[in-house]
Write a new protein. Sequence first.
Length: 280
Amino acid sequence: MAKSGGTRAATGLLAAALLTAPAGLQQGASAAAPPEAAPRAAEPVRLVTANVPFTLSGAKARAQLRHVATSGAQVAAFQEVRTREVGRILDQETSPGKWAVHQPSGAAGASAVAWDKERFAAVDKGSRLAFRGPDYSRHLLWVTLRERSGGQQYTVIGLHYPPNASKDPKMRELYRTMNANYRALVGDLKKQGRHPIAGGDWNNPLDVPREPWGPVQVNKKLSMTTNWRQGTACKSGSSARGGRIDGFAYAAARYRLQQQGCMKRLHSDHRPVWMTFTAG
């Protein structure tokens, strides 16, 4: 596994002035962050997205979370965690108090976003329904982080799209529904001056455009690119060996990809995907 290219920023308590969120941006009563300042040169951030299959035993799920959290990650988007308490597990399996976690209660908690508290403070977070299917629902999670040293802000979206949309019309309809909600969330965040980085399992290739409703085309309409469009996906075409369907979307005009790659799978059916990026 590649080690983080960034240097841990000095800790220090940073006060955040919270504003009232516009209607419709999020569910719940969380407050909106001040608009992000124009990106400037900053230390690289290492972001990881990882599936932690709900079928894993408790011991294997804990090992999978530890595998990602001790890889040099500074921000991580986890999928399929279901009712597992990610914050409590990370406290037990890594350094107590190192990680903060956004994992709402109920169905929205099937995903989680975690960050290194020594480097970042959360100034805003929320969730939005992605789709409601006959068997399960999924949500879009997002958190705005501010570096404790320097004040640079990053908004990260964690997501998990439905599978098999290329072959199953019902799944394709859920995919399209999630696309609409994803576009709306990104649009609302941009109106507030926040330009998100979305990470997760897209269940459709990120390196080549395929269907018009796929992630490459959808993000292009949002003036965003995907990380595998900027480099070679990890060797194999399968999610288990390569990670073409796992990764990130971001505005290339605001963020610069430094490095990327895939980690060992360990107990997951997907290889976690990482990238380091800088603002500016």
